[in-house]
Design a protein around this ligand. Structure first.
Ligand code: OAD
Length: 262
């Protein structure tokens, strides 16, 4: 079938890049943003803008504590799709994972996959670029220091709003908010990986939030084979070479097996 031909292309490609969104973490229990069960049905995304963080840090943090509770209260674990990508990376078939997710699960999967065969995390040299940051961390808006988020979110939940750093600066979740620019170096790196890729896999993303959503189109126009794995149609489907409208935990382990076995 055409998953086999995609596997063949991956085997012969010099550069394979995966681009992921909330759909890859949905089977781990992390809520997605859009769709009926999406968090933007429950919360107003307009309350989580960079503009609001700057003008009303108290209000922003009060709402963020609630969002954090809904999205990240559980200790989520990587699923078979994260693990399949991590294994492909370990085996030299995946140059980079560009993710819009802030849940840190690609990094966790790289660790577990490496451990299960006795090698180390360093043995997996797949680049993981967290385009929208990491929800498990906070960053001081004054001194720039990054800290583990858990204890700071707890302080905020206990009423320290907004939570502040030792230096007196206000902490911000270490994520890219609506209306905030992605760090220039990060987006440039992602764009050049997209351009260089021979195979580009867009996985579990509605592909509507810019600038990240342009990456698949950019890859395709630079000549990459574009594969899309997503339950719903996307605005980039028109330029895709192969579309799998199936669960990520079905497609990716199968793809990985085909890459290994052929
Ligand atoms: P979305 O919630 O917009 O899209 C998730 C996609 O995953 C949907 O199209 C679903 O059909 C699909 N999906 C869900 N479960 C799946 C499964 N098991 N297998 C395959 N597909 C599945 O999430 P993103 O595209 O990641 O930005 O959203 C992009 C950005 O919008 C996020 O990073 C966040 C958000 O607002 C910021 O916070 C800046």
């Amino acid at each position: 079938d055409d998953l086999e031909s995609l596997a063949d292309e991956i085997r012969s490609a010099a550069t394979v890049v995966a681009f992921t969104g909330a759909g890859i973490s949905a089977p781990s229990g992390v809520p997605t943003f859009r769709g009926d069960d999406g968090v933007w049905e429950q919360f107003d995304e307009g309350q989580f803008t960079y503009g609001r963080f700057r003008s009303d840090p108290e209000g922003f943090w009060a709402d963020r504590v609630e969002l954090q509770r809904v999205m990240f209260d559980e200790d989520y674990q990587p699923n078979a799709a994260h693990e399949a990508l991590a294994a492909m990376g370990r085996d030299g078939h995946l140059e980079a994972i560009l993710t819009q997710n802030t849940d840190g699960l690609h990094g966790k999967a790289a660790e577990t996959v490496a451990k299960s065969d006795g090698s180390t995390h360093e043995g997996n040299d797949t680049t993981i670029l967290e385009l929208h940051g990491n929800s498990q961390r906070v960053r001081c808006t004054d001194c720039g220091k990054r800290k583990e988020g858990g204890p700071v979110f707890e302080r905020a939940a206990d009423g320290e709003i907004p939570p502040t750093c030792d230096c007196g600066g206000v902490f911000k979740p270490d994520v890219v908010l609506f209306g905030e620019q992605l760090p220039g170096a990060v987006i440039q790196r992602a764009q050049s990986l997209a351009r260089e890729s021979d195979v580009f896999l867009a996985i579990g993303s509605s592909l509507v939030v810019e600038p990240a959503a342009s990456l698949p189109r950019r890859a395709a126009s630079a000549g990459a084979t574009l594969g899309i794995v997503n339950l719903e149609s996307t605005p980039v489907d028109d330029v895709a070479d192969a579309i799998y409208r199936e669960d990520v935990t079905e497609v990716l382990p199968r793809l990985r097996e085909l890459v290994e076995s052929r």
